[in-house]
Design a protein around this ligand. Structure first.
Ligand code: FAD
Length: 401
C-alpha cells in the first residue's frame, strides 16, 4: 500500500490529504496504535466512562505496544532527538482524540505537558532520568500548575510555596484539576520560591510524605481521566529533583507554546470523532422510509461538520510545520487552540443534533465527544484567555485586568 493509500485509509475525514505528508513508518505506528486501542481499550470504554474509572493498564499497554513516543521508525533522520516530527504529533492526537478525548487527554498530560516540562526544564541528567521512563511508558507523569484559587490568573497568582533548606526544598500548597495525578509515578509541581518569588518546578514522587491526592468528583466530561486535587503539607523534594531550567513563569510559557498546540490537535480530533460517529448513524438509521443522511437539513449539517474538521486539520498541520522549523510562538498556539475549540464545539453540537435521542446515549459515541468537548474548551487556557493572548499581540494592549 502506498503512503497516499494508507493515509486515505487511516484518515478519510482529511479530505485535503494532509496526512500524505507523513512517512510510511509514521503511518504504520498510527495504524498499530489504532489496532491496540481497539483491542485493549474499546471493550472497557463505555463502562469506564460511566463509572469514571481510568483503564490505566489498558491505555498505557496500548501506547507502549505501538511505541508511540519512541518507535525507531519515528526517528529516521533524527536519531538522538527526544521527539518525533511535529506533524506526526498532530496526527497522533487526531488518532487518539478521534478514538476518545479522555484517552487523548490522558496522553497529553503525560506525553505532552509532563514530557515537555522535563525536556524544557530538565538538565541532561534529569532528561535521562525522568524522560526515558516517560517516553517508554515505564512510568507515568502529569503536570501540576492550576490551584483551587488560581486558574486563569495562575501566572501572577500561584500560591504554592517552596522553601529551601540545605539540599532539600519544602513544598506547601494545593493543586486542582491535575489530570492523571492519582496514579502518576512523579508529579511536576510548580511552586513559588519564598525567597526569590520565582516559580520553580519540583518532581514530587508518588507516596511522598505529606502528599495527598483526591480525585475531583462528579465530573460530566472526560470521565475516564482522574483529575487530582493535590494537597502538599511540608513535602520534601531533593534539590536534584528540582528541574534546573524552570526559573520563572516565562519558562512555563515555553512549555505552553508547545502543549497549547497539542490541545488544538485534540480539539481537531474530538470534532473528527463526533463527525465520524454522526456520519455512521445518519447513513444507517432510517426515518420516513429513508436514511437520515438523505434529508437536506441533515446533509447541510454533515457538510458543515466536515468543513470544520478540514479547517481544524489545516490549522494544525501548518502550526506543526512552523513549530518544526523552530518558529514556536504563543500567538500561533493560542490562535489554533481558540479556532479549533470553536470549530469543535460547533461540530459536536451538530453531531449530537443529527443523531436525535441516539446522540445522548453513550452507545452511539456522539454523547461522549459532546460532553468531553466542554473540558477541552476550558483547559490549556480558556477561550477568553486565548482570545486575549491573541488580541494582545494584535493590538499591543493587554486586557487581562
Ligand atoms: C478537565 C480539566 C483538566 C485539567 N487538567 C489540568 C492539568 O492537568 N494540570 C493543570 O495544571 N491544570 C489543569 N486544568 C486546569 C485548567 O487549565 C483551568 O481550568 C483553566 O486554566 C481555567 O481556570 P478555572 O477553571 O479556574 O477558571 P477561572 O479562571 O475561574 O475562569 C472562569 C471563567 O472566567 C473567565 N475569565 C477569567 N479571567 C478572565 C478575564 N481576565 N477576562 C475575561 N474572562 C475571564 C474564564 O475564561 C472562564 O470562562 C484542567 C481543567 C479541566 C477542566
Amino acid at each position: 500500500m502506498s503512503v497516499k493509500e494508507l493515509a486515505r485509509e487511516l484518515f478519510p475525514e482529511d479530505l485535503f490529504g494532509y496526512a500524505e505528508k507523513l512517512t510510511e513508518g509514521e503511518l504504520k505506528v498510527l495504524k498499530h496504535l489504532r489496532e491496540e486501542m481497539e483491542k485493549c481499550i474499546r471493550p472497557v470504554l463505555i463502562e469506564s466512562y460511566e463509572k469514571a474509572l481510568l483503564p490505566r493498564e489498558e491505555i498505557l499497554g496500548a501506547f507502549a505496544a505501538a511505541r508511540i513516543m519512541d518507535h525507531p521508525d519515528l526517528f529516521v533522520g533524527r536519531e538522538g532527538q527526544w521527539k518525533p516530527r511535529e506533524i506526526y504529533n498532530t496526527f497522533l492526537y487526531l488518532e487518539l482524540a478521534r478514538f476518545d478525548p479522555s484517552v487523548a487527554t490522558f496522553y497529553t498530560v503525560h506525553g505532552g505537558l509532563g514530557y515537555n516540562t522535563i525536556l524544557i526544564g530538565g538538565n541532561d541528567e534529569q532528561r535521562e532520568r525522568f524522560g526515558v521512563p516517560v517516553r517508554t511508558f515505564q512510568a507515568q507523569t502529569c503536570f501540576a500548575l492550576t490551584e483551587p484559587d488560581h486558574g486563569s490568573d495562575i501566572a501572577g497568582g500561584l500560591a504554592t510555596t517552596a522553601e529551601r533548606r540545605g539540599d532539600k526544598w519544602i513544598l506547601n500548597g494545593e493543586k486542582r484539576w491535575i489530570g492523571g495525578a492519582k496514579t502518576a509515578d512523579f508529579i511536576p509541581v510548580f511552586a513559588r520560591d519564598v525567597e526569590t518569588k520565582k516559580i520553580k518546578c519540583f518532581m514530587v514522587k508518588k507516596g511522598s510524605e505529606g502528599l495527598s491526592v483526591e480525585n475531583v468528583p462528579h465530573k460530566i466530561a472526560l470521565r475516564l481521566v482522574n483529575n487530582g486535587h493535590i494537597t502538599l503539607k511540608d513535602v520534601e523534594v531533593a534539590e536534584a529533583d528540582r528541574l534546573e531550567n524552570i526559573n520563572g513563569y516565562g519558562d512555563v510559557a515555553k512549555i505552553f507554546v508547545r502543549t497549547r498546540a497539542d490541545v488544538a490537535y485534540i480539539a481537531m480530533g474530538t470534532a473528527a470523532g463526533a463527525y465520524n460517529a454522526a456520519l455512521r448513524l445518519t447513513t444507517t438509521r432510517e426515518q420516513f422510509g429513508r436514511k437520515l443522511a438523505g434529508f437536506q437539513l441533515v446533509q447541510e449539517k454533515l457538510a458543515r461538520m466536515q468543513a470544520n474538521v478540514v479547517a481544524a486539520i489545516a490549522y494544525s498541520v501548518r502550526i506543526s510545520e512552523l513549530q518544526e522549523e523552530g518558529h514556536e510562538v504563543m500567538l500561533n498556539s493560542s490562535l489554533a487552540k481558540l479556532h479549533n475549540s470553536l470549530r469543535m464545539r460547533e461540530t459536536v453540537a451538530l453531531a449530537r443534533e443529527v443523531c436525535g435521542g441516539n446522540g445522548i446515549t453513550l452507545e452511539t459515541e456522539v454523547a461522549r465527544f459532546f460532553t468531553d468537548a466542554e473540558a477541552i474548551y476550558t483547559y490549556e487556557g480558556t477561550h477568553e484567555i486565548n482570545a486575549m493572548l491573541v488580541a494582545r499581540e494584535l493590538t499591543g494592549i493587554g486586557a487581562f485586568v
